[in-house]
Design a protein around this ligand. Sequence first.
Ligand SMILES: N[C@@H](CCC(=O)N[C@@H](CS)C(=O)NCC(=O)O)C(=O)O
Length: 221
Amino acid sequence: MILYDGNAPGPNPVSVRLFIFERCGIKLDVESVDLRNLANRSRRYRTTVNSRGEVPALKLDDGRIITEITAICGYLDEVAKGGKRLFGETPEERAEIAMWVRRVDLEVCQPFVTWWRGTDAGENLYRGNRVLFPEAKTNNRLLAEKGLNQLDDDMERRAFVAGDRITMADILLYGFMGAMNQMIPSLNPPGRTKVAAWFLRMAGREAAKKIMTDLPSKIEN
Ligand SMILES: N[C@@H](CCC(=O)N[C@@H](CS)C(=O)NCC(=O)O)C(=O)O
């Protein structure tokens, strides 16, 4: 398998990196796509890897290409050798984790990233390449804040988003918040106490310390 990762990591590739380090039992080759020089938007990348010009992407041994981070992580969870599944072990666990992944994605990650893409930095990177919503910046920011406030209430008596152990919901949320936190520290104010404590708990994990560094060309963990 080949994972197409980026050399200027945004929240999507960072989430997959975190998944790989947390999951264990994963073996793959890594190709770093030169995002700084927009190699991801080249004709070659779009025709051979991802027609949407995005990272990450996963090329399976039979040549199939999987994109979209939850699909990539879901596949890796299935084929990893040993270790504990991050998408759940039983039908009930899988349904519950899928519910939290969807909530985190819809209520926090997507509004947040849409907000960021409407800022000057986001506009400079994506002008002419994506449909941007600078006029909806305030509302997207409010939506993300509302999602995080809700999560703060939800996490009253638990250490992780979906319960007492780390799951894909934590990977997704921390992938986004960890990658964006350096750009947007206000994303994680101390007043949102449960989310702030969760963020520190996640940041202290060995896996989380490696996510902003380029991956080696081979992973075997
Ligand atoms: N829907 C995709 C989103 C992937 C995505 O937006 N990746 C960003 C990096 S965070 C990217 O490739 N940006 C570079 C560009 O569009 O030029 C997923 O879920 O994986």
